[in-house]
Design a protein around this ligand. Sequence first.
Ligand code: PMP
Length: 360
Amino acid sequence: MERALNFNAGPAALPLEVLEKAKDEWLNYSGTGMSILEMSHRSPEFESVLNHAKKLLTELLDIPETHEVLFLQGGASLQFSMVPYNLLTEEKRAYYVLTGVWSEKALAEARKLGETITAATAKPKNYTTIPSLDDLQLRADAAYLHITSNNTIYGTQWPSFPDTGSIPLVADMSSDILSRPLDISKFGLIYAGAQKNLGPSGVTVVIIKKDLIREDASHLPAMLNYHTYYKNNSLFNTPPSFAIYLLSLVLEWTKKNGGIAGIEDINRQKAALLYKTIDESDGFYKGHAEKPFRSQMNVTFTLQSEELTRKFLAFAKEEGFKGLNGHRSIGGCRASIYNAIPLAHCEKLADFMLRFKKMN
Ligand code: PMP
């Protein structure tokens, strides 16, 4: 069977090998005579799946002892609330860098819970860039600085991360976690919905510095308190067991493909090919993001007119390319090239872009 040329932004393509392994184990997981879907989350088999996922993530991202991995539900969107609920205490202020709609949403939720400051914003530049933080003074009463490491809609990405000293750096890494090496020790908290680089929707990964997990936050609803997940190895209530299982398979696949270094190498080749096609098109294709801040995960571009963009998308669809429409809020085109997208699919897209240009 021919696999789709799937450039969806999330949920997104998963590695074929992962889907095949899940299929093989579908009816009879590890000789248990039942599907992982039918198994108690308290069973030793499931607990070992969860621990395996945690261990692989820790290994792949080189997560130090100072940090803990938690599996939650509610998507990245619930983290927009959980972060301030847990970290923004009354006498403190939370700083947000605005680099797109997702960071705006994160700020909007934090505003409901405490005092916030917009540390910098790229909105006046139509979110084509990542703002400089050179002039930013974080006050001693800063609870944290929140950034969105990759802006899925606009196709911008932080090339490096700000040094916030003793103030926790919090990052929404939903659309680029596991795509490049990270120094986890520089972060207070990282969160990511799984449905791009990690697996299916339904599980949210949180990597939190243990000293930010408050034991005294018992006034918080249990399900909104990081301590609940920490204390119970993410098994306080029924976790999204199938999503965690699939996550463990994606992590195994990542490890087999050279870990983060191997994956990053291919990611760079994929992005370089598409950006080269844009840059060498004599203005036929125009990239949305400023070059130093181009995303390696979401390549966003337009054509010279809306009509031509529509024609491009219609032709692409006919040729079997899926998910190339830009986000409904900005239009244009977007190729999401997460870890599981093979280089060969990007080569087909680049080839199609060249052919379309010649035809027009
Ligand atoms: N943050 C970013 C960077 C995203 O790309 C998305 C979803 N595409 C979200 C947050 C929202 O994620 P969720 O749907 O998991 O709540």
